[in-house]
Design a protein around this ligand. Sequence first.
Ligand SMILES: Nc1ncnc2c1ncn2[C@@H]1O[C@H](COP(=O)(O)OP(=O)(O)O)[C@@H](O)[C@H]1O
Ligand SMILES: [Mg+2]
Length: 253
Amino acid sequence: MRVAFVGKGGAGKSAIAGTFARLLARAGGPVLAIDSDPMPGLAHSLGVEVTDAPIPDDAVTERREGEEGPRFRLREGLTPVEAVERYAVRGPDGVRFLQFGKLRGPAWALAGSQFAFREIVAGLPDDGWSLVGDLPGGTRQAFFGWGSYARTVLVVVEPTAKSLLSARRLARLALGERPPERVVALANKIRGPADVDLVARRSGLDVVGAVPWDEALAEAERQGLPPVDAAPDSAAVAAVVSLLERLNEEQTR
Ligand SMILES: Nc1ncnc2c1ncn2[C@@H]1O[C@H](COP(=O)(O)OP(=O)(O)O)[C@@H](O)[C@H]1O
Ligand SMILES: [Mg+2]
């Protein structure tokens, strides 16, 4: 399974992506949760320690003068799987967590890490690993291919005017040059069927799931705890379980 969660900031990408990754890891098989948002979020919802550490510079070699290709490459002999074993943090349920580093210093300081990050997620073998990505709010990274490891892009949409507008723009990912197999909507913070209809109509996307507005999630956030640990029996977590089941089913069909 290879998915990426996109959508407006605050829509619920991190809360849902972290929950989804943990549930997927419990089902067995290696899961890499990928955070390319410079604001932490996914670490909290997974329950891994928040660090700012990028992939270290010794993971990459810089292109020499006159050489072709990207500016940085994974160090010779370092495969994407080994890079994950070495640099991804191990979290609860065995989920692995990789981030490209937080923008504290100058952006160029992270260049090596970001190249490594993209090479790792692009190069992980297709049959074994599941990838669950959490992209930053808005459309920029998504349209620059940061979620291109995903076969299914899930646009997380709240039933608010701004979130719906953002979803409409993100729906155009399906029209790009190398589009993902599917771009679908996941309605979040839903308070009734009318909200789901609104998301379907205004986003123009198929809605593959609806997560109710759930106080338990807000409370988990206040406590800095993953929803799957703090509120395992909540309606919101149950809705993510249903989403996972549905995607699994559609995949094996
Ligand atoms: N279904 C929900 N019900 C209640 N609160 C939610 C729900 N989904 C997300 N939230 C809360 O909304 C806020 C934004 O969620 P977050 O996952 O950080 O958004 P994003 O990653 O899209 O910016 C958080 O406080 C989170 O706990
Ligand atoms: Mg987030």
